[in-house]
Ligand binder design. Sequence first.
Ligand code: NAD
Length: 382
Amino acid sequence: MKIKLNPKDHGFLMIKVKKRKILLLPGDGIGPEVIAEVRKIIDWLNKNRSLDFEIDEDLVGGAAYDKHGTPITDEVFYKALESQAVVLGAVGGPKWDNLEFSKKPERALLKLRKELKLFANLRPAICFKQLVDASSLKPEIVSGLDIMIVRELTGGIYFGEPRGIKPINNGERKGINTHTYTSKEIERVGRVAFDLAKKRDNKVTSCEKSNVMEAGQLWKEEIQTLHDKDFKDVQLEHMLADNCAMQLLRNPKQFDVIVTDNLFGDILSDEAAMLTGSLGLLPSASLGAKDKNGNMRSMYEPVHGSAPDIAGKGLANPIATILSFAMALKYSLNMDNEAKELENAVQKVLNDGLRTKDILSMGNKEVSTKVMGDAVIAYLQK
Ligand code: NAD
């Protein structure tokens, strides 16, 4: 299939999402190894639950550059547009570090997030009780932790204009970035956070710097207005982002859903993630707006990168990617029960003491990527 798409022409967003179509993009490094385990789970669901997922798989990142000279081809981008969920492994690695900016593997991710208009990034931080020792905080502070950070992903200071570095007087230079948000951008991500809270513990903490930034003041006002209009039944608190960073270390269990902008979300979600111990366990979802039929574009990926240091050795922990697929079942494919089953299967495998090397501790059994995936399927089977 040869398709020419003009990324500037947002008419391509008229391309219809195909129900139940899942696009797997393994990418680079350990990406193919962890995506292979998700593929096994989808095949198992298709066979044993008589489901009709249509799976496609293609190249992205460095692997796509090596074959096609670009980190994502128009064909693959088109497939992403018509898929109900994209599940991505990871991209990048030293082999492609010196490519020019527009050819770098990471450009594929940015293009997918931007052009699919994935404005809400969901990052759960869950501390499995079996792995409480992997956290650098005291067990009583993190045990049972279950919070969700909703980060605005397509606006704010990473995209605002003007931007750049320009010469000023006396041979000095000035770096400029612009932090900007519209009411609509704040409202749509706020709505995602309130909707999520209703399915959880019914509390949203909105974080900004309204004490020193006008965009933060607007953020606070718009979130409050949305709450008062449509979500009065959800508890809302406003918190300055610097205080939130401290509270995450002092008493993280006070939070349920945290909603914040692109910059603060970048930092706070990494901080929250680290409360839980290992990178190999952390899933994420990036969601777009729902159309009138309730369909939306979405991408699911582990938080970790391509881990070139362990690629090809069977050492990668597939749990972050498996849990990312569980999020796809929940948020894109309307299969809450299967999502729960998959999450429970992961818990049981951890209860059995099976561990990939990154989360290995005394008294547990080291297993490979593949054995971990097989063990999850064995519990789905039971
Ligand atoms: P990384 O997340 O790839 O690895 C950091 C450390 O964690 C490494 O020691 C690695 O072995 C370990 N690790 C990561 N995931 C693991 C897993 N599933 N199981 C076991 N151990 C795991 O971060 P990095 O080393 O900074 O980056 C490597 C490459 O990945 C770079 O090219 C970077 O640009 C890219 N990257 C891609 C993404 C993405 O695709 N979303 C995100 C971050 C980094």
